[in-house]
Design a protein. Structure first.
Length: 140
């Protein structure tokens, strides 16, 4: 099984239908969710961030329903004391991305799917865009 962590930006693109990113993000998430060889994850801290951002577009009730639906397809990866301390010990400017990287390492993720590639440069777990992920998995 391949473990893949999705960054919150991709999930927010899907839930809010944010253009011009929606189509690639939705297709990447859908592909991963339906591939029996992929375990799909999102870091625990990202769920609260997603809720906070998406509720401004969809309202509280619809956001809650959307996240419940999402969690039928994606597992929440725990963020614990060790992950936070390891993230703090990095030199990354964006602490949230550092937590994602350390979470991805903890679940032995093969990839991180994100649109925010510059913040993941040098990570031990490769980060790729939704479009790149789709291209890697295109049927010949």
């Amino acid at each position: 099984m391949r473990n893949i962590l999705f960054d919150s930006d991709v999930i927010i693109d899907v839930l809010t239908k944010r253009e011009p990113f929606f189509i690639d993000s939705a297709r990447a998430l859908d592909f991963a969710a339906h591939d029996p060889g992929i375990n799909l994850y999102i870091a625990a801290h990202a769920v609260t961030n997603i809720f906070y951002i998406v509720r401004r577009s969809l309202g509280v009730t619809e956001t809650r329903q959307s996240i419940k639906h999402l969690l039928q397809k994606i597992e929440v990866a725990g963020v614990n004391d060790a992950i936070i301390r390891d993230a703090l010990a990095t030199n990354l400017k964006d602490f949230e991305d550092a937590v994602n990287i350390k979470t991805a390492e903890a679940i032995n993720a093969e990839l991180i799917i994100t649109r925010n590639l510059p913040d993941y440069e040098g990570a031990d777990v490769p980060a790729i865009s939704p479009a790149t992920f789709l291209g890697m998995n295109a049927k010949s």
